[in-house]
Ligand binder design. Sequence first.
Ligand SMILES: NC(=O)c1ccc[n+]([C@@H]2O[C@H](COP(=O)([O-])OP(=O)(O)OC[C@H]3O[C@@H](n4cnc5c(N)ncnc54)[C@H](OP(=O)(O)O)[C@@H]3O)[C@@H](O)[C@H]2O)c1
Length: 272
Amino acid sequence: MEKKKILILGASGFVGNAIYKELCSYFDTYGTYFSNRSFSTNKQFFRYDLEEDDIFQILEKVHPDVIISALRGNFPTQIQAHQHLMEYLMKSKAKLYFISSANVFDAYSKYPSYEYDKTLSESVFGRLKIKIENMMMRLPKEKTAILRVPMVFGNKSPRVREIKALLDSNEPIEVFPNLIINVTNDDRLTQQIHYLINRNKTGIFHLGSSDLIQHEEFIKDVIQRMGNYHPILKRVYTTNEDRYLAALPKDNKLPKNLLITCQEIIDHHIPV
Ligand SMILES: NC(=O)c1ccc[n+]([C@@H]2O[C@H](COP(=O)([O-])OP(=O)(O)OC[C@H]3O[C@@H](n4cnc5c(N)ncnc54)[C@H](OP(=O)(O)O)[C@@H]3O)[C@@H](O)[C@H]2O)c1
């Protein structure tokens, strides 16, 4: 059987590159980079600038079976690029896996959110993700997968690196004591995506830890794991009541061996 062709948009970024590394031994995997020139000599990588280039040219070269979108960049041009992707999906065999975010629910605060809950966001970022999700939902279901991902922590994650830098320079670290979240880790997230691709799964998936934790408590655990630090915490209170920013699975569950808990992330994925 021929290997599936995968094209990762944003394969030079933290999430995109973790996905690339997970998939490249199993599939014929390609990726795009924008400013990170260290990929310029890699034959599997194409330079792509959302603001200047038409994604069609790369799509015509690669003819992917699966496109994974893990981009950042200017919001209006992200929308335009994804509109072009929708057009391509309609006339090709390709499926689109879109890295969305738990922020599509950030206007709701009283409960965690599940796959088929209505999205509503108060943030510009959350509304961008909703807009792209809504475009995808207009396509036949077997064409798209919406992957809602919470904050990603891991040995090499920008979030953990930032905490380490703030600790080393003795600067305050922001925590949100009233915010109840779920989190994930790059290794587990990419294994989950690998599974979804292998099984040709489409639909909506909530790819976060199966349990919840307060943001402040989680960040304190991360710091404690990193070493003997005396952090300065800046507590940011957005409301007086507990607020949830958590996307949990209910209808589209993954197998047990692919789940992760907050404690496992602390114990196994934070550098000591
Ligand atoms: N990190 C998280 O905790 C997290 C959580 C939930 C969802 N997500 C989602 O995951 C996706 C990737 O996030 P990330 O944390 O991996 O971000 P990142 O490390 O900043 O990577 C962003 C990617 O987009 C590329 N890019 C930036 N501007 C571009 C432009 N103008 N044209 C084309 N490509 C451009 C970057 O290329 P260069 O690096 O080569 O410039 C890089 O490959 C985002 O959609 C984000 O919303 C992330």
